[in-house]
Design a protein around this ligand. Structure first.
Ligand code: HEC
Length: 246
């Protein structure tokens, strides 16, 4: 009996460990689903910069707005793709065959990417686009070599050069032991601001991979509040009963 219970618990814990991706990537990111402002910024960045190519086929606009505390007017005026309806899933009208022709590979749905690749991977992917003349898009990527995805966030980040010779070992004078990048064309954001934007997008995609998690967090707080209240009542009751005994 005990052994079976342990086996069940082990199996239950597994997807979480596997979902972390496991691949070696240069940057780490810990998602924080409690940071609603970050999730809202991430939603905005995603819908404005990514949703034209990538769908989130299991997530409805109005579910997202409710979960993230986004008012209906803002959802409809600023966030939804043209032609979308609030009750619809976040999908675009890009024909798959055409997309394959354009990019060499259709942009995948990103509903589950935070669970298949892990947040560290997404964060690193968006930070490590670098100039490369030999590719069709003019850029390459450190964690997804020869990726078909263009550097769509270049207006924000700018373009960086990657110094492969100095690899991971040396800091290249940029602090930390990460890959040696040098910004050669500025974008609209500073490096710190761009990192925050990428963190927000990663946070949002983590939420999108499991929207029910936010609900569970909310429920957890209520359950604990109830237990505390119940404990207090039980204690008062006990004191009441024992008063006459002593
Ligand atoms: C112009 C179309 C286009 C836009 C816009 C775009 N992507 Fe992509 N993306 C692609 C294509 C094509 C691929 C497939 C790349 C490959 O496998 O080489 C891809 C792949 C990815 C992957 C890897 C998925 C996987 O598991 O292999 C992630 C993550 C991703 N994109 C995130 C984003 C984010 C975040 C944005 C917005 C900031 C974005 N993309 C905007 C075209 C696009």
């Amino acid at each position: 009996m005990m052994r079976r219970l342990v086996a069940i618990l082990l199996v239950a814990a597994m997807p979480a460990a596997w979902g972390a991706g496991g691949e070696q990537v240069p940057f780490e990111f810990d998602p924080n689903l409690g940071n609603q402002a970050s999730l809202q910024r991430g939603a905005k960045l995603f819908l404005n910069n990514c949703a034209g190519c990538h769908s989130l086929q299991y997530l409805r606009y109005n579910r997202m707005a409710k979960d993230l505390g986004i008012p209906e007017e803002i959802l409809e005026d600023k966030l939804m793709l043209a032609g979308g309806e609030a009750h619809e899933h976040i999908v675009n009208s890009m024909p798959k065959a055409k997309a394959e022709e354009w990019f060499g590979k259709a942009p995948p749905d990103l509903s589950l990417v935070a669970r298949s690749r892990g947040p560290d991977w997404i964060y690193s992917f968006l930070l490590t686009f670098y100039l490369d003349d030999s590719t069709a898009t003019g850029v390459n990527n450190l964690v997804l070599p020869n990726t078909a995805m263009p550097h769509v966030l270049a207006p924000l980040q700018g373009y960086q050069h990657y110094n492969a010779d100095h690899g991971e070992e040396t800091s290249g004078g940029h602090g930390g032991g990460g890959p040696d990048f040098e910004l050669v064309r500025e974008g609209r954001l500073s490096e710190a601001e761009y990192r925050r934007a990428v963190a927000d997008i990663t946070n949002f995609l983590t939420y999108a991979g499991e929207p029910a998690k936010l609900v569970r967090y909310g429920l957890g707080v209520k359950v604990i509040a109830f237990l505390l209240l119940f404990t207090a009542l039980a204690w008062l009751l006990k004191r009441e009963y024992w008063r006459d005994v002593h």
